[in-house]
Write a protein that binds this ligand. Structure first.
Ligand code: ADP
Length: 267
């Protein structure tokens, strides 16, 4: 493999060519390891509910064949497991679609305020069920960003749903959009979309890893709440494609704050 590199490189550049080659190899290996890790995780996440469904089918075909009560109960459990597999596959497909478009910047101007208020309305029955009040501080006028409406709806959905799910039951969730000036060392006006809850929050050691696929601070709790562990990875990918920033801050015991910063579009 070194041949062509050496042949192409000027005599003083041979060393640089060789170094570059090794660097590329390491990053290729790292990518390959990440991909293998992802496939292993995804397979494991799908295999667990599938094994449970197969186990119940065997029981229903054998020992519980004539037990009507058991049948009803087992069918309910199997339905729950099948729904979990569907959620997982839907999230995996969303991630892969977003990744395929990663290099394309969105070109449409969309109103972030209307997107967020639509999502608050969609999630209000779920919040009501948990006795959570969503308090919105949204500007009266449109807040334009260059974006993909469906993807930004997804960002709002994942963050607000998490706050309702993991925040304090019977508590409050604050959702806020604000126009700010230059941000994160970039020129031009920016907007922030922030979701704050007042639940148990997140321990500092988990914070940097929460946007990794399948990473959860508490695996049992996430599964119990129907989580796939992909929500924040999806948020991060969408925000990156929109040339924005995604920050998570938490004071354990005081709640968590998730902030998306996007460049504001001029109409
Ligand atoms: P999940 O499907 O498990 O909710 P996410 O990617 O949306 O996956 O979130 C990853 C993990 O981050 C969750 O499993 C949970 O441990 C933690 N998390 C997310 N949002 C909150 C929050 N508002 N408060 C506390 N922990 C949270």
């Amino acid at each position: 493999h070194l041949g062509p590199l050496q042949a192409d490189a000027p005599s003083t550049g041979v060393q640089a060519g060789v170094v570059l080659f090794f660097r590329d190899l390491t990053s290729a290996r790292r990518l390959e390891a990440m991909r293998a890790d992802f496939v292993a995780n995804a397979s494991h996440e799908l295999r667990t509910p599938l094994a449970s469904v197969l186990g119940f089918i065997e029981t229903l075909q054998g020992p519980a064949r004539d037990d009507v009560k058991a049948r009803e109960r087992f069918l309910d459990i199997m339905k729950g497991q099948a729904e979990r597999m569907k959620r997982l596959i839907d999230d995996l497909l969303s991630l892969s679609r977003i990744e395929m478009r990663a290099h394309l910047s969105p070109t449409q101007n969309v109103d972030l305020a209307s997107i967020v208020s639509q999502m608050i309305e969609t999630l209000s029955p779920m919040a009501r069920e948990r006795g959570v009040v969503i308090q919105a501080k949204l500007p009266g006028q449109p807040i334009l960003v260059r974006g993909d409406r469906d993807e930004l709806l997804r960002v709002a959905e994942n963050l607000i749903e998490n706050a309702v799910k993991y925040g304090e039951s019977g508590g409050r969730v604050d959702v806020e959009i604000a126009s700010i000036g230059p941000s994160h060392g970039e020129q031009g006006p920016h907007v922030t979309f922030a979701v704050q809850d007042y639940g148990p929050g997140i321990a500092p050691e988990h914070l940097p890893r929460l946007t990794e696929r399948f990473y959860r601070a508490d695996v049992a709790q996430s599964r119990d709440k129907g989580g796939t562990g992909l929500g924040l990875a999806i948020v991060k990918h969408i925000v990156n494609r929109h040339r924005g920033h995604f920050d998570i801050a938490s004071e354990p015991g005081q709640g968590a704050r998730f902030t998306v910063t996007l460049p504001e579009a001029r109409s």
